[in-house]
Design a protein around this ligand. Sequence first.
Ligand code: ADE
Length: 263
Amino acid sequence: MKQSKIYSSNRAPGNGSLPNTSPKIERLKRLDIVTLFPAMFEGPMSESLLGRAGKRGIIDIRTHNLRDWSASDRHRTIDDRPYGGGPGMVIQVEPIYRALRTLKVQGAKFFGKKKKPHVIYLSPQGRVLTQAHAASLSKRPWIILVCGHYEGIDERALSLIDEEVSIGDYVLTGGELPAMVLADVVVRLVPGVVKEAGSLAEESFQDGHLDYPHFTRPAVWKGKRVPAVLLSGDHAAIRKWRTAQAILATRKKRPELLTRRKR
Ligand code: ADE
């Protein structure tokens, strides 16, 4: 079965051993992405933090072409017209079933039979992704992302899915971009992926508010000065200023985050 494995190409597809980490630590170790367009993932995955997480052996990320599990070998068809009529095509349940069945067998070689993948279908009908949700996903050892296209998937395939996730209240042409977004958000929260842990602790949404403003050289640019406190070397004062600025920025740009937090 052909697979597009993005990282560590020297390993046999599906049979590789786990990245060299303790099995006791609950964190994402393997991410499988089932898609009709594996090539879409090559650029972002190899150029970004996701690529580095793969190359450094922290997470095994693999893409899989859903057409490999077509019920018709000759045409590699995976979709059909909707019952009841209407526009577009619907992805059939059988290829999704076969894909998940195969990946579960492959994953069992990784994790042992007991470990079940957390299967996510990217869809505008899902729960909208938040930083807190991403943080909980980053603790799941094995995630499978299923990307839809066309008019969606046969409703019966939802029985094979653990949760539907949306990246926002708008409709994209497919689940690939949402899968990349989800992968990026989740993978960077896995311990060891982002080198400076402080950069995670202090960023936007971490505490229910936005990030504080950042400045770098020059200290004066076209008459605009960097706030004096940041040049003072007084770390306590800097911390206080940053906390106040984060709250101010949230009140100005995203006030609903502050009211949501109180609930
Ligand atoms: N597929 C199409 N639109 C989507 C969205 N907003 N989120 C997740 N998957 C999608």
